[in-house]
Design a protein around this ligand. Structure first.
Ligand code: UT7
Length: 325
């Protein structure tokens, strides 16, 4: 049986038009631009318009990723959507995206790992491609966290934003000449004993409501740096790659202090860290492909660069991925 690698053909992203500043938030809850910037690095976040759903954000990001890759939807045979804010309880928003993109073949499903969702979705697609069960995958992270925030809770509502990002993965038969290209290694972890640190207090089976996000932020913070660093070290070990070889560190964008903490712990120079948290806030599963798209389009990430992605989120779930762009 042939072995396949997953090459990244293209990347795209989409942010809703409306940007909300920290000053605007300070008219809703007792907070300040200074506190938010000092504790998180966030300056603004984008908020989806009324009627603009997660699938709409995902569709736009997917279209842009396909345009960047130079492919059409006819070539895609798999859509994996990472989201914790689906349009509906079911069907999976991935199938809604599939329909909106006019695709009636292949498969589409959601992956739910909250802020770690993109790394989980990419690992899932990579494994399907490696087994020859799909040829071209759209891996999308799309969220509308503004819909599940408690806008009276200053400890959470200042942190999150809406957005979407996507990549196109293409299976290519592994040869000597393409060794080490595409997705190199992924390392996923979870520990449900920490589920009460970050959760939504509603759901179809428990309260029959959607609920609001609840987080013990400082507890999550404590886990973030150690757990993320550990999974990066695992992913690097599996891939037999030294951290110094990494060209760009593209982390989940939850808090600038977490990004800095992980980079410092692993000895990654700050110039190699792609940070978009100031402009996007925490967009959960969308944050990594959003950051990747920014760094590709502004010319920092180039073809052949080694990129390191990581995330930690509700569950707790966490993980890391290494890929050659
Ligand atoms: O993406 C999923 C993973 N999520 C994360 O990784 C988030 C991880 N956590 C964090 O980023 C940080 O813990 C936060 C940004 C959420 C909070 O920063 P912190 O430095 O851990 O602050 P804290 O929670 O310990 O709160 C410090 C103080 C408290 O006041 P007292 O008790 O010291 O009087 C809070 O009530 O800051 C207060 N506070 C605020 N003050 C102004 C909390 N939120 C705000 C606010 N504005 N928005």
């Amino acid at each position: 049986m042939s072995a396949y690698i997953s090459k990244i053909l293209g990347v795209g992203s989409y942010l809703p038009a409306r940007a909300m500043t920290n000053d605007e938030l300070s008219s809703l809850v007792e907070t300040s631009d200074a506190w938010i910037q000092e504790r998180t690095g966030i300056k603004k976040r984008h908020i989806a318009a009324d009627g603009e759903c997660t699938s709409d954000l995902g569709v736009e990001a997917a279209r842009r990723a396909m345009a960047h890759a130079g492919i059409t939807i006819d070539e895609v045979d798999m859509i994996v959507l990472a989201t914790a804010t689906p349009d509906l309880t079911f069907p999976a928003s991935a199938t809604i995206i599939q329909h909106k993109l006019g695709m009636r073949h292949g498969m589409a499903f959601d992956v739910h790992a909250v802020c770690s969702g993109f790394v989980y979705a990419m690992a899932t697609a990579d494994n399907f491609l490696a087994r020859g069960q799909a040829k071209t995958a759209l891996v999308i992270g799309a969220e509308t966290f503004s819909r599940i925030l408690d806008w009276t809770d200053r400890t959470t509502c200042v942190l999150f934003g809406d957005g979407a990002g996507a990549i196109v993965l293409r299976a290519e038969e592994q040869t000597e000449s393409n060794a080490g290209e595409g997705v190199i290694s992924t390392h996923l972890r979870s520990d449900g004993s920490f589920c009460d640190l970050l959760y939504v207090d509603g759901g179809p089976s428990s309260t029959k409501t959607v609920g609001h996000l609840r987080m013990q932020g400082n507890q999550v913070f404590k886990h973030a740096v150690n757990k993320i660093s550990g999974s990066i070290e695992e992913a690097a070990k599996i891939a037999n790659v030294a951290i110094e070889e990494v060209d760009w560190f593209i982390p989940h964008q939850a808090n600038y202090r977490i990004l800095q903490g992980v980079a410092k712990k692993l000895g990654i120079p700050v110039e190699k860290v792609v940070s978009t948290v100031a402009d996007h806030g925490n967009t959960s599963a969308a944050s990594i492909p959003l950051a990747l798209d920014v760094a590709v389009k502004d010319g920092r990430v180039k073809k052949g660069d080694l990129i390191l992605m990581e995330a930690l989120g509700g569950g707790l779930t966490w993980g890391a991925a290494l890929a050659r762009f």
